[in-house]
Ligand binder design. Structure first.
Ligand SMILES: NC(=O)c1ccc[n+]([C@@H]2O[C@H](COP(=O)([O-])OP(=O)(O)OC[C@H]3O[C@@H](n4cnc5c(N)ncnc54)[C@H](OP(=O)(O)O)[C@@H]3O)[C@@H](O)[C@H]2O)c1
Length: 282
């Protein structure tokens, strides 16, 4: 086997409520992704992120089957979209997601975005807790919630939340949200960890990558995992990139390098900011 594809050991990330592999694999925009997901599992990923909205649940289910990796070895996340936050719609969306994924539970179920149609958060939080109590989700959480909404979800949900998923990469300062998650014992799952590719020409990251004999993607992902308590979920359709992104647990950035990367945050750094759907970000 090509040495580049020998899967590296991936550490676990634990908050007390949930344990997951400290890096995951994103699947948005991958379409009919069965072969890609099987390749990611072959490369060593055991933490897979999907959502109804991505249209990739069917491919993820097929990829898991085709890979031969036991379902129990995989931490699988899906999300219920903002169109389905009423309790009955939510329950139906979960059922349909499980059917497409060809599994009877997910390891993590997230509310994908806060409601924009006035659906009470208490109703959705109740439906989220019900999915957990019925064994359809081992853990629950929210995505794209600001601190105030996340606090409210934690207060209203009859079951504890374990995860908050939000955008994070060197161009976006998330100091406040990270401090909140740490204080509340929530694992932070970092989406768009490569800035959807925008970081990959950054001069500062390129300089650090050259000095370390690593790639820009590895430096950006290392900067995230080295902070602790954060699991990035990069997406790639390229097996070489998939393997490369997993190799971020065998080197350390200096405090000075970490600071320089923190200094790259910019006011217009946010990528996922859909008008009319995004909350008031912290
Ligand atoms: N909860 C939410 O609302 C939300 C929103 C956005 C994203 N997400 C999740 O987060 C995941 C990741 O975010 P994203 O897909 O937007 O973007 P991303 O992971 O930041 O960037 C993906 C881009 O990076 C490239 N890439 C990946 N690994 C690379 C490597 N090692 N070297 C060079 N290029 C590399 C990919 O190209 P190649 O294919 O050529 O490698 C692709 O163009 C999503 O797939 C999704 O699962 C969640």
């Amino acid at each position: 086997m090509d040495a580049a594809f020998d899967p590296p050991a991936i550490p676990g990330l634990s908050s007390g409520r949930v344990t997951m592999p400290a890096i995951g694999f994103g699947t948005s925009q991958l379409g009919d992704c069965g072969e890609i997901v099987a390749a990611a599992l072959k490369a060593g990923y055991r933490n897979i992120d999907t959502a109804w909205k991505y249209g990739t649940e069917k491919g993820v289910g097929e990829g898991i089957r085709a890979s031969g990796v036991p379902r129990g070895d995989i931490f699988l996340t899906t999300k219920v979209s903002h169109e389905y936050l009423r309790a009955a719609d939510f329950a139906k969306s979960v059922e349909e997601s499980l059917a497409r994924l060809r599994t009877d539970y997910v390891d993590l179920l997230l509310i994908h975005w806060p409601a924009i149609d006035g659906t009470p958060l208490a109703e959705t939080a109740g439906a989220l807790a019900r999915a957990k109590r019925e064994g359809k989700a081992r853990n629950i959480g929210v995505a794209n919630f600001n601190i105030a909404l996340a606090r409210e979800a934690m207060r209203l949900c009859p079951e504890p939340l374990a995860v908050l998923q939000a955008e994070y990469h060197p161009y976006l300062d998330q100091t406040k949200l990270l401090a909140f998650c740490r204080g509340e014992g929530l694992v932070f799952m970092a989406y768009c960890p490569l800035g959807r590719g925008r970081l990959l020409k950054d001069e500062t990251l390129a300089g650090i990558a050259r000095a370390r004999g690593r790639t820009i993607a590895q430096v950006a992902l290392r900067w995230i995992v080295q902070q602790g308590g954060i699991a990035p979920i990069p997406r790639s359709a390229n097996p070489r990139h998939m393997a490369e992104s997993l190799r971020v647990f065998d080197f350390t950035l200096t405090d000075e390098e970490m600071r320089r990367i923190h200094g790259l945050a910019r006011p217009d750094g946010r990528i996922a900011n859909p008008a009319g759907r995004a909350p008031a970000w912290d």
